[in-house]
Design a protein around this ligand. Structure first.
Ligand SMILES: NC(=O)c1ccc[n+]([C@@H]2O[C@H](COP(=O)([O-])OP(=O)(O)OC[C@H]3O[C@@H](n4cnc5c(N)ncnc54)[C@H](OP(=O)(O)O)[C@@H]3O)[C@@H](O)[C@H]2O)c1
Length: 340
């Protein structure tokens, strides 16, 4: 593959700080795919926790990994939905014009470019065909949120018919997928959210909804076989007390707070509980073809949907990140890229 000097528009981060101050639209070199890679012309991406963490640079200890003064990679974003523009010479099963979705994970050895851009280079094994009935926006919203939820519920929590599952943060990007997937698997789902989202979470399939402004689930009488905690706003020991004898605690958040360490001490406390009597398990979101196909099948079935609160135009990507940073998004926040 020859080296290209073509350029593209991208949302570039030059420093850590509030999204509107540190993200700007710029013209940069278009990335060039290697032999195993695919160049995707982006149609939509979505905003996820790693994006606002890296934009804000908080908790600041995370800068040890992303870059001390500014992020080492300037373009954020990991969820891909778009059209194949070119393929590396070893890619045989995708061709220009194919509509695909998938992921680029930042800070991992194989990632090369971010998705807040008109073009992105993606390892071919991190892409799958986009289901034809699905919009690019719906596909983009389903990658990190959908696969994290699927992995948490199906694989880590091993949720099945009758499993009593509590989902803290049921109305967010991960939570809305988790509620729908768990309900489809026959679990007895309890969702935790604020007042304005109670009916919404119930409409996704939750059997019970706890309004956290009225009731603290760590002080209730009910016990759960699995607790998926997407917020980590309670001490882990208080959450673990709500488990049944063989219950599974899935802490799935960096926890609240900024400063040097943010919620990381709480994450550490949750992890050390696995040396006691609590079954603590973590979720690793792997956007490989198997998981992409599984989430695509769920979406194509019509029984699970991508919930999108808002799609921002490309030029307003900073506002999209700020929206997510507010921790009140209902479902997912998407960025449309090709101006359709
Ligand atoms: N393991 C992985 O690989 C992986 C991948 C992706 C994400 N994650 C983690 O998953 C977590 C959730 O991500 P997300 O994208 O779903 O976040 P999100 O969309 O930003 O979550 C927003 C939601 O959080 C809810 N919320 C805020 N405070 C709450 C509280 N005190 N109690 C209950 N709900 C509360 C809000 O509901 P209300 O408006 O009703 O308050 C809102 O719906 C993150 O912490 C992230 O780190 C892990």
């Amino acid at each position: 593959m020859t080296t290209s000097t073509a350029t593209m528009r991208a949302i570039v981060q030059r420093a850590y700080g509030p999204p509107e101050q540190v993200l700007e639209l710029a013209e940069i070199d278009r990335p060039v795919p290697g032999d195993d890679d695919v160049l995707v012309r982006m149609a939509a991406t979505s905003v996820n926790t790693p994006d606002w963490l890296t934009v804000s640079g908080t908790p600041s200890i995370l800068r040890l990994g992303s870059g001390l003064r500014r992020p080492a990679t300037p373009v954020r974003g990991s969820d891909v939905a778009g059209t194949v523009a070119a393929v590396g010479r070893d890619v045989t099963d995708l061709r220009p014009g194919d509509e695909v979705f998938g992921a680029v994970w930042e800070n991992r050895a194989r990632s090369r470019s971010g998705t807040f851009a008109e073009y992105v280079v993606v390892p071919a094994d991190r892409l799958a065909p986009k289901p034809p009935g699905l919009s690019f926006e719906e596909a983009a919203a389903a990658v990190m949120s959908g696969i994290t939820a699927l992995t948490a519920v199906r694989d880590v929590g091993r949720v099945g018919p009758g499993t009593r599952l509590l989902i803290n943060g049921a109305s967010g990007g991960v939570g809305t997928f988790a509620v729908q997937i768990a309900a489809r698997l026959g679990a007895q789902v309890t969702g935790v959210c604020s007042t304005r989202n109670v009916d919404f979470v119930r409409s996704l399939g939750a059997d019970h909804v706890i309004d956290y402004t009225v009731e603290d689930y760590t002080r209730g009488n009910d016990r759960y076989d699995v607790i998926l905690d997407n917020v980590l706003n309670h001490p882990p020991a208080a959450t673990a007390r709500m488990l049944t004898a063989a219950g599974i605690f899935i802490p799935n958040s960096v926890g609240p707070g900024g400063g040097l360490l943010g919620g990381l001490p709480r994450v550490a406390r949750a992890m050390t509980m696995r040396w006691g009597s609590t079954d603590v398990r973590t979720v690793t979101c792997v956007p490989d073809r198997e998981n992409l196909a599984a989430i695509a099948a769920l979406l194509a079935s019509g029984e699970v949907a991508s919930i999108i609160e808002r799609t921002y135009p490309f030029e307003e990507a900073a506002r999209a990140v700020a929206h997510m940073f507010g921790h009140r998004s209902r479902g997912n926040i998407v960025i449309g890229i090709d101006g359709r």
